[in-house]
Design a protein. Sequence first.
Length: 406
Amino acid sequence: MVNSAHEELSDSGYLRVGLPPENRRQAVAKACWALLYLSYLAFTIADLTSGRHSAPATALGALGLAVYLAGYAYLLFSRRPPDRLPRPKLVVLAGLFALSVLLTVTLGGAWLPLMVYVAVSSGVLLPFKWGMRAVVAIALTTAGLGPLTGLEPVATVWIVLALLLSGAGMAAVAQMGRTMRELREARATVAHLAANEERLRLARDLHDLLGHSLSLITLKSELAGRMLPDAPEQAAQQVADIERVSRQALVDVREAVSGFRRPTLGGELAHARTALAAAGIVADLSRAPDWHPDLAPDAEGALAWALREAVTNVVRHSAARRCEVELAEAADELCLTVIDDGRGPERPHGNGLTGLAERLALTDGRLQTGQGARGGFALRAWVPLTRRVPAEPPAGEDAEAADTRP
């Protein structure tokens, strides 16, 4: 449990504090940290092998230590529901506490550090309120066992302080991990609700756009059918109206769907910040404003798609530790630059970059990829800017201004 103080990132990107490993990489990382922190048991093992205990006491001590480590490994690696502590784990945690007290009382103060691991395990596994109470109770028990086993007061104080700091710190870190997971779930729920709301909006727009047009087409079709035998010219006029209405309806539907699917620069910057942070990559977006007054909607959508593709590649393929995003104006163009410090460009490019170049070309933009100045991968996308020309004043106003001059 002590090793949970370190940030173990799962494939989904959030902190796995106090949770079991989900794959071999996480299991190896957790085992390495566990072995590192179990090195504090060197004093206990040294006491066990010092020869000052009798042979039966040494054998029972070794057996007790093996059982303790097996229970600790069970708490460390076994799965459990994220919202509650199962009864078997609670029983094992209580057993570790009882075993620590028993071994300390029977074999001496060198076994008192076992209480630290029990305190840390309680802080991680139990809810925050109960975990803090358990840490305080274990600290009081440890303070009482020190003088009982003949341990020096200074050593007892250090062990109690280490227990309190480790247990309380791990309880806080575990609570932070739970809060982050809850926030992540809440964010996913909000995104799902927003998507549903957007679908409902699109459904309403399509209903409003097509309802009137389809009704008009139906009426004109019936009218043309009735006119066809006796008035073919008027029927032809109705057919022409049907064609005009259907074409306009098709244009309206395309605009509605493209508006529904077109991403925005501000939204993609927020998404990039979240995705990079979740992947453990330091994101520098300080030079990337989320709006430009001369950026057309189509060009903004193309840049937003470029940013999404670039960030996706950084998260999935670059193994980078830092990513910089910059939006800079150059002449009559706006340039998006995404640079990371990862493994660099790979050949050949995938379908994503090919499709991105085609999408930029539709807006008279262009794409450039290659190695960054400090290594890694660099993506640059240019789109044209639409300059706003100030409206000229009417001629009458110029004449009036001229008349008022001295």
